[in-house]
Design a protein. Structure first.
Length: 132
């Protein structure tokens, strides 16, 4: 039956799910792909249809490219960690070199009290209890 359907013939979402995906996808899944912008749906008389071409385009849009394992193997986890650290430290080093350190906004009295109470609560948590 799928051979009789032309590339641009409208077919219902339920029929498309059965024909093209052998029931592994439902019409609800096809609607989800339409909401995500991956599937073009034709709506006639409040009924939804798709074409064989629209399904092909959706499959192309949803295709996940193969991973480039060669590139991943060349960079060891340790080297990736160093690169991440360098990326974080670069703006700090640039700021120090230009002697342009960001200024901290002045704290309100309420913020100072909150910070003091917070620091005291942290230090009291780290102190060992008397009898233990």
């Amino acid at each position: 039956m799928s051979d009789e359907i032309g590339d641009n013939d409208p077919i219902s979402l339920a029929m498309a799910a059965k024909l093209f995906f052998h029931g592994t996808l439902t019409k609800s899944a096809l609607r989800t792909e339409a909401r995500k912008g991956n599937l073009e749906i034709i709506r006639i008389a409040n009924k939804e249809f798709v074409t064989r071409n629209a399904i092909r385009q959706m499959i192309d849009r949803c295709r996940v490219p193969a991973r480039n394992d060669v590139q991943l193997k060349e960079t060891s986890p340790a080297a990736q960690g160093i690169a991440a650290q360098q990326a974080i430290r670069a703006p700090l080093a640039a700021a120090k070199a230009s002697n342009n350190t960001p200024e901290r906004e002045p704290m309100s009295e309420a913020d100072r009290i909150r910070e003091k109470l917070f620091l005291e609560s942290i230090s009291s948590r780290n102190k060992p209890k008397g009898g233990r």
